[in-house]
Design a protein around this ligand. Structure first.
Ligand code: HEC
Length: 184
């Protein structure tokens, strides 16, 4: 493996090949899905308020992940150690990355996307989701302080096991993962 890697690092052909790969494409796909999601949320909140936007989010978030993923031939998901939707509960691999991202934040270093390649499953790019937008706190901040009572009621109705509150700006909320399938 090692001589190949060195060869790879030493040749521009290899670099050219590496360019359009997961490391570059992953964050772009995430940016696209994230922008779509924030646009959907912002629109829903402006139209009917955050309590109604909960329903929109619960429907649109998985839809956007599927549509954007399909368009790029990848699997896209969001995960957290404190999920709202139990389907988004972090896997063991995701927990390792979340711990690393949290350690970076602790050291006041911005966490960077990481890629992990597995010969059978392909390459997964993991990117941190840090709360940087005050919009997020309307549904993930302190109950009754940041989250209005009708919004909290709507969250508890749809997600009885919700763990995704109590966040502040700058906190790690979770991660995006983009998996590029292994070449056959
Ligand atoms: C209108 C309320 C609302 C707002 C605003 C909102 N979220 Fe969420 N968030 C939700 C709901 C509802 C879910 C569960 C979606 C699902 O069922 O997949 C969720 C899920 C998530 C998840 C997936 C993990 C989990 O907990 O299930 C992440 C990560 C996340 N939100 C981050 C953010 C960030 C970052 C922002 C700000 C840009 C934000 N959210 C703004 C309601 C909201």
């Amino acid at each position: 493996m090692r001589p190949l890697l060195l060869l790879c690092l030493a040749t521009s052909a290899c670099l050219a090949q590496a360019k359009p790969g997961p490391v570059k494409a992953g964050p772009e796909i995430i940016a696209e899905a994230s922008a779509k999601l924030i646009a959907a949320l912002t629109e829903a909140i402006a139209k009917d308020g955050p309590a109604s936007a909960i329903g929109v989010c619960s429907q649109r978030a998985p839809e956007i992940a599927i549509t954007v993923g399909k368009a790029h031939g990848v699997t896209l998901r969001r995960a957290s150690e404190k999920p709202r939707n139990p389907k988004n509960d972090a896997t063991d691999a995701e927990k390792i990355l979340l711990t690393a991202f949290a350690a970076d934040l602790e050291k006041k270093q911005p966490p960077k996307p990481q890629s992990v390649t597995n010969p059978d499953q392909g390459t997964t790019v993991f990117a941190p989701i840090v709360i940087s937008n005050p919009l997020c706190l309307q549904c993930h901040g302190a109950p009754d302080q940041d989250i209005a009572p009708p919004t909290l009621a709507a969250i508890r109705k749809l997600y009885p096991g919700d763990k995704a509150t109590g966040y502040k700006t700058g906190d790690l909320r979770g991660l995006w993962s983009v998996t590029f399938p292994a070449k056959p």
